[in-house]
Ligand binder design. Sequence first.
Ligand SMILES: O=C(O)CCC(=O)C(=O)O
Ligand SMILES: [Fe+2]
Length: 202
Amino acid sequence: MVAQSLELPSDAFDQYFEPNQQNRAKIVKYPAVDEFDSSKGNQGVGPHKDLSGLLTLLYQANDLPGLQVQNHSGEWIDATPISGTLVVNIAVGLETLTSGLMPATTHRVLNPPPGMGPRYSIPFFLSVRLDKPFEVLDLPKKFDSLKSKVVISDSDGQFKEFFLNKLNLSVLYARIRSHPDVGYKYYPKLAKEIGIDENTRI
Ligand SMILES: O=C(O)CCC(=O)C(=O)O
Ligand SMILES: [Fe+2]
């Protein structure tokens, strides 16, 4: 469907997947704030774009707020769970391939509100083969006018350039950005390169 919406053949993305492509999914528990010592950090996820591939399908497994997406003006919008639906996040792979026509969704997760128990979510990351260099797709010129001139994002754009030739490093940067306290603890030098220090909070 994505390929067809870009007026490409429906198998245009097949080259980025291996025959038995490994994808990644995880079941995440965000503990209730009374389950952890909040002076020791935050249990949410910092502003980031998903890097693992083209798209993420995200199931918000219980009816708790926390997930927010950033619109192009930089405002944070609650992605309130809607029963029976999945959130579809555009990942950096698709932003890169479309040269920004489909900007990756900047999103973050805040702690569940006090008194409501833990929040659970299940993201499925549609991954790509790591041995196939990305190339910007040749898209119909008419789409140029649809490109947003400015997309404000609290997750800076440096990863996109890396994605084309340093996929492994960009994935590590994204992990550090998502979990700045842990990232800084184990990779202080890399964390500093992307503006994260011991005081960075989600
Ligand atoms: O738990 C969520 O709602 C989102 C998690 C997420 O953004 C991620 O793991 O990349
Ligand atoms: Fe994410």
